[in-house]
Ligand binder design. Structure first.
Ligand SMILES: [Zn+2]
Ligand SMILES: [Zn+2]
Length: 356
């Protein structure tokens, strides 16, 4: 094993460096994992704008990942050589959310990577864009034999972030699901909804993503800017006059408005799109949007611990679709090219390989 840990650093807008940090150590309850794949998620915004938002530092990036356990503490339920999915963060295990729900990302202490390093007494290891990472064991899940790292890495935000909410909302074969915003989360949503037997309307404009949306099985495509978009959705959904479930994955106000307007009465709307740059809060009209339609609205960031087994089973049976959605793979040494590729939007999920 190397005695240093290479980590990715974004010193300024549009710049990427690799830093050498000491190999992290682990305390009880943590494992040392050699990261094999670090999928890129909202970190591209840090590359583009250098607004750090929920990350605390520019040398601690990346929250998704898979890898190989290379060191454990006595009494660990993992062993050296285990292949694992790493779920992000460090839930406290004690707050109301941790003890009553499976939503680790909504832990009321919100301990992210920097705190993992603090607890282990390290200068690195809390984050995904690194060669070695020190996740808490309760955020690890063994990868089944025969499943590739490439497929297992979809358990992060490509599939997990939207499949888990669909299980929570009870999406099933009687549903017509509208997905607004077809970045990789929305695309993962098409695969998830089809897996659950539902039919899918996708509101997508970008030509590359429109094509991918069709390839992974969307039943209907609509265009948010078409003045008749609501009429089209009502026609598709017949006497329901709207989608049973809407998954809003863009974070843009125009799509958020479409999500509320296109849901049927008594429908469910889940907001997943995260857009911290938008300066204005999104206006919801309580009478028109909620009371008149008896709408159920909710939001979430991530998958639930309770859905991990079902998530891995879904991924095992959706390999071909996941292969289509992982459109680009780069060594971490070429992270700049990876970020630039994402900014073109001619991509879906992009993987970094930290060992290369
Ligand atoms: Zn907690
Ligand atoms: Zn993510």
């Amino acid at each position: 094993m190397a005695d240093t840990n290479k980590v990715l650093y974004i010193p300024a807008k549009g710049q990427v460096e690799l830093l050498e940090r000491p190999l992290p150590r682990i305390s009880d309850g943590f494992a040392l994992v050699k990261v094999q794949i670090a999928p890129i998620c909202d970190e591209v915004r840090i590359y583009r704008d250098h607004t750090i938002d929920w990350y605390e530092r520019a040398d601690g990036m990346g929250h998704e990942g898979v890898g190989e356990v290379v060191e454990v503490r006595p009494g660990s339920k993992f062993k050296v050589g285990d292949r694992v999915i790493i779920y992000n963060g460090m839930p406290c295990g004690e707050c109301w959310v941790c003890t009553n729900t499976g939503g680790f990302c909504h832990c009321m202490s919100r301990w992210v990577g920097a705190r993992i390093e603090e607890v282990n007494g390290n200068a690195s290891g809390g984050f995904g864009f690194s060669q070695y990472r020190t996740p808490p064991e309760n955020q690890l899940q063994k990868i089944p034999d025969g499943m590739s790292y490439e497929h297992a890495a979809a358990a992060g935000c490509l599939i997990g972030t939207i499949f888990s909410p669909m299980l929570e909302l009870g999406v099933n074969a009687t549903d017509i699901v509208l997905i607004t915003g077809l970045g990789f989360v929305g695309l993962g949503g098409v695969v998830s909804a089809k897996y659950l037997g539902a039919r899918v309307i996708a509101a997508v404009r970008h030509p590359y993503r429109r094509q991918l949306t069709l390839e992974v099985g969307a039943d209907w495509i609509v265009d948010r800017e078409d003045p008749n978009v609501l009429e089209q959705i009502r026609e598709i959904t017949g006497n329901r006059r709207g989608a049973d479930v809407v998954m809003e994955c863009s974070g843009y106000h125009a799509y958020r408005r479409l999500a509320l307007d296109a849901a049927r009465s008594y429908g469910k709307v889940r907001f997943l799109g995260y857009f911290p740059r938008d300066p204005e809060p999104f206006p919801i009209h309580i009478e028109h949007d909620l009371l008149d339609k008896h709408l159920f609205i909710s939001g979430s960031h991530d998958s639930s611990i309770e859905h991990r087994d079902k998530l891995v089973e879904m991924i095992a049976r959706s390999g071909k679709a996941i292969d289509k959605l992982v459109t680009h793979k780069f060594p971490m040494s070429q992270a700049k090219e990876a970020f630039e590729t994402i900014l073109t939007r001619n991509c879906a999920k992009v993987y970094l390989y930290p060992q290369e």
